[in-house]
Design a protein around this ligand. Structure first.
Ligand code: SOE
Length: 391
């Protein structure tokens, strides 16, 4: 019989739903030594009706409107931080001091200084922890990494990542409230922390550490009405960010992210062009991985010209990462499964399985790159990274 882990979820918005769904589903698809029990969820007192609806829909046993109280409850073993970014630091440190297992949504923190304090707290407390960079666990992205490890792309020359959306183009979109992502005080940064953090995490996971960056950011709409006061406020988050990177392995990288790319909804793409082959993934078609096979990974011999071309691989077979846990070949899975797969891998790590990556210590790295990107944009110069690397 699986041992229970009592979950306290801090956050009842979009990410709260994604995490709650993962706890509800994980034991239906994965055979695990642990089974989460949804003990309590936290939301603000002024949103009590919304919190109660969240509790009913996802099956939590109780609610709390004071997150500090929830963290200290004896019947809670795991704290899941899915609240706005400005709360991550305090919640993670309090959870570590209370000896709880920790799941933290990305970005880890508002900045590197905060993230380092969080890493220190979990290290001191010795608690198991993970950061939800969920796209590593999209089957097609995991297959991308596998192809690189198998030597199928060979020496890398270029890494190219886009993460584009279009939901803030209208000037009437407010900042604050549910759209706290547009409020620098709540989010820390704009697309850099929210979207490029994903691109940086997968880029370093697939192609190794970034050595230096040079960036440009843009704010297109300078003032927006605040959701709660209705007053016009200056927008200080980055609406768009582009940066060039040089990886430690000598390849070059281009990264672009914006919430003003009309037509793009969740256009998270990555491409690696190597000597022996290339791979491409687009989150708007998540079940496919594209692969260009130029040379045999073993012999290095060029494959026959008339067969050279991009393959569009439907990543739904039992041989593909995670897919043996779901349906029959050809039956697709999607966005929410990246969270289920993440929780499954984390629970396996608690039971002697491979250490979960990234944990908070490893995710410091992404925060460091985000900070370097923003510093570069501000100072108009290349910024070097410490080269700490990332597993
Ligand atoms: C922003 O719109 C957002 O919800 C991010 O916060 C998520 O991390 C990303 O996965 C989808 O887009």
């Amino acid at each position: 019989m699986a041992k229970t882990i009592n979950v306290g979820l801090l956050g009842s918005g979009f990410m709260g739903r994604a995490h709650a769904n993962a706890y509800n589903q994980v034991n239906h698809f994965f055979e695990l030594a642990y089974k989460p029990v949804l003990k309590a969820c936290y939301g603000r007192a002024q949103n009590i009706e919304r919190l109660k609806a969240f509790q009913r829909m996802w099956g939590f046993e109780s609610i709390e409107t004071d997150w500090k109280k929830l963290i200290l409850r004896d019947d809670i073993g795991l704290i899941d931080v899915a609240a706005p970014n400005f709360l991550h630091r305090g919640m993670v440190i309090a959870a570590a001091e209370a000896g709880k297992i920790i799941v933290c949504e990305k970005p880890l923190a508002m900045n590197l200084r905060e993230a380092a304090e969080m890493a220190e707290a979990v290290e001191k407390a010795g608690v198991a922890n993970m950061v939800m960079f969920n796209y590593r666990r999209m089957p097609a992205v995991a297959l991308f990494k596998q192809l690189v490890l198998e030597g199928r792309t060979g020496r890398p020359f270029h890494y190219r990542a886009l993460y584009n959306q279009d939901y803030t183009i209208s000037q009437s979109v407010p900042l604050g409230g549910p759209l706290w992502r547009l409020d620098a005080g709540a989010a820390g940064s704009g697309v850099t922390g929210d979207l490029l953090a994903h691109s940086i995490d997968t880029a370093e996971w697939i192609n190794g550490p970034i050595a230096k960056v040079t960036a440009h950011t843009e704010i297109f709409v300078k003032e927006r009405p605040h959701a709660e006061t209705g007053k016009m406020e200056a927008v200080t988050i980055d609406d768009a960010c582009m940066f060039l990177a040089v990886f430690e392995n000598g390849s070059t990288g281009t990264f672009e992210s914006t919430r003003y790319a009309r037509g793009r909804k969740n256009y998270n793409t990555m491409e690696l062009n190597g000597e022996k082959g290339a791979a491409y993934f687009n989150l708007e078609e998540p079940e496919y991985l594209q692969f260009f096979r130029y040379a045999d990974p073993g012999t290095g011999k060029k494959i026959e010209d008339h067969l050279t071309g991009w393959q569009r691989i439907l990543v739904t077979s039992r041989e593909h990462p995670y897919m043996d846990k779901y349906w029959v070949p050809g039956a697709t899975i999607g966005y929410e499964h990246t969270f289920i797969n993440s929780i499954a891998d984390f629970f396996k790590s608690l039971d002697g399985g491979p250490p979960f990556q990234p944990d908070i210590k490893a995710a410091l790295r992404t925060q460091e790159v985000c900070d370097a990107v923003l510093r570069s944009a501000k100072e108009g110069r290349w910024v070097r990274l410490s080269g700490a690397g990332q597993p």
